[in-house]
Design a protein around this ligand. Structure first.
Ligand SMILES: NC(=O)c1ccc[n+]([C@@H]2O[C@H](COP(=O)([O-])OP(=O)(O)OC[C@H]3O[C@@H](n4cnc5c(N)ncnc54)[C@H](OP(=O)(O)O)[C@@H]3O)[C@@H](O)[C@H]2O)c1
Length: 344
């Protein structure tokens, strides 16, 4: 083990979509574990658009807010390399939120509301899945689909469907008997959705997006799992059936726009849609599905009902580019991960 480690800190608050230059790579002394603490070596880092909320200058939403110079927040899978805590021993692999750094010291007794680092069963699935299908994104997909109250035969549209949450949400909707229609940017991502078993796909970057969506959902849309807001959602609103339900999971199209955004004002379209269709909207933030749902998802994986694509970029230094790409466009399908180190 060396005496120093790399970490990535917030260099400037994000204005609009995040840029790689909003972050700075630093070399700092390796920390040591004190009494009832553990030293973790990062193996995998999740690229989660959710943490865009942490890097606004003014806190708009979300539990985490960074000061300039703070290590960027991020979910990680790590190996315990030293332990002064009875519940952990070297070689354990854990999931936590230790941020964009190669090593971190954690005091399991003083963990945040998410609890102490979660020990992973390495025989169950590759440990990277703790950041995707068998972690927060999987729980989010499961919980969001539950709120839609799907009836067999319903058509469920999912925005950002090729992402970590959407790719799993669509597959769970199909398990519940729905017809799943994914919305994503570009023909390659749409083909990836069909390969995952989605019943239809529509490319929102194509000039004929509205027609593609209509062709994929010829009987209209009964349920909408929304990850984006923006123009995608406006088109979905036009194609909703009466009595539609919407799970508002995310609104990535608006994350860089402050509280109100610059306009134009789309509230009239929202009001018209709610009244004319009887649309019910349920928003949620934070993982509200109990960890037991991960067992159910693991069962679906072993039954071959769910597949979980991952896209991997190499090295901690790649994290700023990978994070920015989520907002500016990328080829990633499924969970986007940074491989920081290999298991010893
Ligand atoms: N409520 C919660 O508790 C909770 C928990 C986790 C995540 N979330 C939210 O759920 C959403 C999906 O998260 P994720 O982890 O699945 O993200 P992800 O895997 O990083 O996928 C995000 C995708 O969103 C698409 N996108 C970006 N900007 C867009 C825009 N302006 N219009 C339409 N699509 C756009 C991009 O795909 P394309 O190439 O297809 O454009 C991008 O790859 C995010 O909004 C996230 O913040 C909410």
């Amino acid at each position: 083990m060396t005496d120093t480690m790399k970490q990535i800190v917030l260099a400037s608050y994000a204005k609009g979509n995040p840029k790689p230059s909003d972050f700075r790579l630093e070399e700092v002394p390796l920390p040591t574990a004190g009494d009832r603490e553990i030293l973790l070596r990062t193996l995998w880092l999740a690229v989660d658009p959710l943490f865009r909320f942490a890097i606004d200058e003014v806190r708009l939403s979300g539990a985490t807010h960074l000061e300039l110079g703070d290590v960027m927040v991020g979910a990680t899978v790590s190996e315990v390399v030293a332990s002064n805590h009875p519940d952990y021993e070297p070689g354990d692999v854990v999931e936590g939120r230790t941020g964009w750094r190669e090593y971190a010291v954690v005091a399991p007794d003083q963990s945040d509301y998410r609890g102490p680092p979660r020990k992973l069963d390495r025989s169950l699935a590759p440990v990277s899945t703790a950041l995707g299908v068998l972690g927060m994104p999987g729980q989010t997909a499961h919980g969001g689909v539950e709120t839609l109250r799907i009836k067999p035969g319903d058509t469920v549209a999912i925005s950002a469907a090729a992402g970590a949450v959407g790719s799993i949400a669509g597959q769970i909707a199909r398990i519940k008997g729905a017809r799943a229609v994914g919305i994503a940017g570009g023909p390659a991502k749409c083909q990836a959705l069909l390969d995952l078993g989605f019943d239809g796909a529509a490319d929102y970057k194509s000039p004929d997006f509205a027609a593609q969506l209509k062709a994929a959902a010829p009987n209209g849309i009964d349920c909408y799992f929304d990850n984006t807001g923006g123009d995608v959602t406006l088109e979905v609103f036009r194609q909703l059936n009466r009595g539609a339900r919407m799970a508002m999971c995310g609104y990535i199209a608006y994350y860089g726009m402050g509280f109100e955004g610059p306009g134009p004002d789309h509230m009239p379209a929202l009001y018209r849609t709610i009244m004319n269709t009887g649309l019910e909207i349920r928003g949620f933030a934070g993982v509200f599905a109990p960890p037991s749902v991960l067992e159910e998802i693991a069962g679906w994986i072993s039954d071959g009902k769910i597949t979980y694509p991952e896209t991997v970029v190499e090295g901690l230094e790649s994290a700023p580019d990978a994070f920015a790409s989520v907002f500016s466009g990328n080829d990633a399908v499924g969970k986007l991960l940074v491989r920081v180190a290999d298991l010893a």
